[in-house]
Unconditional design. Structure first.
Length: 257
């Protein structure tokens, strides 16, 4: 399942019939530098009206409004339904609540995850008609956010043999340098994240670890293997910080059409 471009700046992935899913790039929006141009976060210092316009563009591309949570690098999961669909279809709130995972069985309500190096994970069971997203940064991965979203989908009727997952662009293990003690602490819980960077220093491979853990649970998983640190078409918090700049946030989004 290779991603294909549909709508300016959106990479589509196949998660089954009746499901629209994809990952945004930094292109196709209205924000000026340094957010250039599809900044989808209201927490980067970008103008709120521009961010809302960018979110409206995303909604046009996927055919529905998209709900986002306030992400705190934890493992809490929110379930969204008809009430939230009505809210996000009108004058949308800025956040669905505090969580790093969202799940819905509501057609016409997208759920999204905001990232700029962390791992965006999209999941869907097209037969059970339930979808979810996870924001898997270092702390969230250790806390078990991906497993929490999978478990919540299973309680809503999904089956692991039918679940499909897509792991989106994130900083790769060759670029994510961390102190050796941090690598030891993370890999004591998530051994699959162990990595050495291209410079030979301690690293963490978060997207690789997410893929490995999903596959181990029997979830068919595809990966958009693009590193945010080195790909100029993507936002990267680490790259921007190193340059003394601010940056926007891209998104992963999934919708029951």
């Amino acid at each position: 399942m290779l991603p294909e471009d549909f709508g300016a700046g959106l990479l589509r992935v196949d998660l089954g019939a009746g499901v629209v899913a994809g990952f945004t790039t930094r292109h196709g929006g209205v924000s000026p530098a340094p957010w250039s141009s599809l900044d989808l976060s209201d927490g980067t210092g970008d103008d709120s009206a521009r961010v809302q316009r960018n979110r409206d563009l995303l909604a046009d591309w996927v055919g529905s409004p998209v709900a986002f949570a306030t992400q705190v690098h934890g493992a809490d999961v929110l379930e969204l339904g008809p009430h939230e669909r009505a809210e996000w279809s009108g004058a949308p709130p800025t956040s669905a609540g505090t969580a790093d995972g969202l799940v819905t069985a509501e057609p016409g309500l997208g759920v999204g995850v905001l990232v700029a190096d962390c791992v965006p994970v999209l999941l869907a069971d097209a037969t059970a008609r339930v979808v979810g997203v996870a924001h898997a940064g270092r702390r969230g991965l250790v806390a078990g956010v991906v497993d929490e979203v999978v478990d919540r989908l299973l309680t809503r009727g999904a089956e692991t043999g039918r679940l499909r997952a897509a792991v989106g662009p994130a900083v790769c293990g060759r670029c994510y340098e961390v102190p050796e003690q941090m690598r030891d602490e993370v890999t004591a819980v998530v051994p699959e994240a162990w990595s050495t960077t291209s410079a030979g220093t301690p690293g963490l491979d978060l997207p690789g670890a997410v893929v490995t853990r999903l596959v181990a649970r029997g979830v068919a998983t595809t990966r958009v293997d693009r590193c945010t640190m080195t790909d100029p078409d993507l936002f990267s918090h680490r790259r921007a910080t190193a340059a003394g700049e601010v940056t926007g946030r891209q998104a992963g989004v999934v919708v029951l059409s």
